[in-house]
Ligand binder design. Sequence first.
Ligand SMILES: Nc1ncnc2c1ncn2[C@@H]1O[C@H](COP(=O)(O)OP(=O)(O)OP(=O)(O)O)[C@@H](O)[C@H]1O
Ligand SMILES: [Mg+2]
Length: 265
Amino acid sequence: MDKIIEVKNLIKKFKDFKAVDDVTFEVEKGDIFAFLGPNGAGKTTTIKMLTTLLKPTAGEILLDNINVIKHPENARKNFGIVFQDQSLDDELTALENMEFHAVLYGVGKNLREKRIEELLNYVELWDRRKSLVKTFSGGMKRRLEIARGLLHHPKILFLDEPTSGLDPQTRNYIWDYIAKLNKKEDITVFFTTHYIEEAEKYSKTIAIMDHGKIIAKESPQKLKEQTKTDSLEAAFLALTGNNIRDEDANGIDQLRNHRKMWRGH
Ligand SMILES: Nc1ncnc2c1ncn2[C@@H]1O[C@H](COP(=O)(O)OP(=O)(O)OP(=O)(O)O)[C@@H](O)[C@H]1O
Ligand SMILES: [Mg+2]
């Protein structure tokens, strides 16, 4: 099978802290690849390096055989990205957000108009194209971000928590759409989620990251077999443990201390 993503010995340090700690993995062309892990595992940091937004401390990344660190401009043409944090311009309309992105990626005027109409229809936002994005619901914004990520016909779509905070209807809708894209347009999908059942239902391969390292990479079925569990969530917990991650645990301690102080008054 052809590899479309190849990552070798990738490291990202923030001062002395290794957020991504010597990670090596590959993704096959046409895969729906779920990148799972507890809060703070290093998922977003990895995606940011794969998509040229963050410079690795060390390591190598190839996207469709293009060296991302040496040729970021070329690499960018190969992928679309939907960020964990909303990244639309609220003060522009849906159409303006799409046009702005098309210009940024050098999509020519004729192709641009056709493609924008096609994509906005696809995510059922064509009728709302002239509305300001600030009037959109969370689900509508997500759909617009996905349409925007596809404007320049990428080979890979990166989605960092594409469905967080959305209702089950919208999540299903978005997933059906992503699955269709994967099948019809042969787009490789690389996504993160904390909804483990989404990974179980839609992904072909799962990688689990914890404390900056990849601790497993298998099909959902194999992961369950290896951990002798009957759901992917149980497999995930068997591999990553039940403890809340340090950061969050500190947060809870702080909250407790605050409460104590407050009660003491
Ligand atoms: N710019 C930064 N400076 C310092 N530390 C950072 C920076 N960005 C991320 N980190 C740290 O790196 C670690 C990994 O963060 P990252 O955002 O990649 O996690 P994640 O797996 O995406 O988590 P989540 O599921 O909560 O989105 C965390 O401990 C985080 O605090
Ligand atoms: Mg993240």
